[in-house]
Design a protein around this ligand. Structure first.
Ligand SMILES: NC(=O)c1ccc[n+]([C@@H]2O[C@H](COP(=O)([O-])OP(=O)(O)OC[C@H]3O[C@@H](n4cnc5c(N)ncnc54)[C@H](O)[C@@H]3O)[C@@H](O)[C@H]2O)c1
Length: 314
């Protein structure tokens, strides 16, 4: 049985990772400030420290526990929010990483897995990116994610902590926060379709994303925990692109009523579209995506419809 710190377990990805660890008998501590997460999402059995992972005072509450690994998934994850408040973004995504790496160093913790992001690539031509592609962040959020990786590289080489950054592409699925309309293309459109029967699209219908189902994101974290040394980073992607227009069609086809769509201007720093080659993670970590977008969206739509009906007391 292992002992893990999973930050952000009140959130979408953190909640799913913590659940898997608890179900297999490990013990889990989480730090979450409930900014976008929900207390109910934290799985039973997880030790919950409420607070900001970017605050030294909160990190001290860990009391020198020696974890088998730190899985750092807490952080604000919206490019839009990073423009509204760049300093907050830096604290939540980067300062938190630095503090937790320092904690790992001082408490003899040898593994660190981080929620990186495909946003570090910015826009690319051609749009299929490998880990050798240039990094050209277009938002403050992406700058912070890349900076975190750079800190990890140094903690691996200078302090011997095995550090792995997973550059998540667009993670979607059951459990995503349907009230957060600033992060997650699939969840934003689905929430609007189910709640208001109207989808407002910020930006072009030709933009596209590489969608990864939540279960596949969780299995990438498990695969990363097996790495033995040094620093490395991996695309967590399917190598398939889905255009905004197709996302909307798939959502609408799955609902028993008609949904209207309105296009408005895009958000600052939004990427037009890239998709990720996944040969490196397949070869080195043995990971491959299992859930196709249509299948994942069908599961998510069913869940969202039930959830909305429950909310409305139907
Ligand atoms: N969902 C995606 O498509 C995607 C893509 C790339 C990267 N990521 C990264 O993965 C991680 C998890 O994303 P998610 O989709 O689960 O988002 P989420 O918003 O559902 O979960 C994030 C959790 O972290 C908590 N949190 C935020 N800032 C915090 C702070 N400073 N201290 C403590 N807790 C804090 C939130 O309350 C929430 O529970 C984030 O770091 C995000 O940037 C997500």
């Amino acid at each position: 049985m292992g002992k893990y710190l999973v930050t952000g377990a009140a959130g979408f990805i953190g909640g799913a990772v913590a659940e898997l660890l608890i179900n297999r008998g490990d013990s889990v501590v989480t730090i979450d400030n409930l900014s976008t997460g929900m207390r109910e999402r934290i799985p039973k059995g997880v030790d919950f420290i409420e607070g900001d992972a970017g605050s030294p005072k909160v990190i001290r509450k860990l009391n020198g526990i020696r974890f088998d690994a730190i899985i750092h998934l807490a952080g604000q994850s919206s490019g839009e929010v990073s423009f509204e408040n760049p300093v907050y973004d830096l604290q939540t995504n980067t300062q938190s990483t630095l503090l937790l790496l320092d904690y790992a160093c001082r408490n003899d913790i040898h593994r660190f897995v981080y929620a990186g992001s495909m946003s570090v690539y910015g826009d690319q031509n051609p749009p299929l990116v490998t880990e050798d592609s240039d990094t050209v962040p277009k938002s403050f959020y992406a700058v912070g994610k890349l900076a975190s990786e750079k800190y990890m590289r140094i903690y691996a080489s200078e302090f011997g902590i095995t550090c792995t950054a997973l550059r998540f592409f667009n993670i979607y699925g059951v459990g995503q926060n349907l009230s957060n309309l600033k992060q997650g293309m699939a969840s934003i459109y689905l929430a609007m379709a189910v709640r208001d029967h109207k989808i407002i699209v910020k930006g072009s219908p030709d933009r596209f994303r590489d969608f990864v189902y939540i279960d596949d994101a969780v299995s990438s974290v498990m695969a990363a925990l097996e790495r033995k040394n040094g620093f490395d980073f991996y695309n967590v992607s399917t190598k398939h692109r889905t255009r905004v227009e197709e996302v909307i069609r798939i959502i609408c086809d799955g609902l028993p009523y008609s949904v209207t769509t309105e296009y408005v201007s895009g958000t600052q720093g939004d990427q037009f579209g890239i998709y990720g080659d996944n040969s490196k993670i397949r070869k080195e970590l043995g990971w491959s995506p299992q859930v196709k977008f249509e299948e994942g969206m069908a599961r998510m739509t069913e869940w969202a419809v039930e959830r909305m009906a429950a909310e409305r007391g139907m």
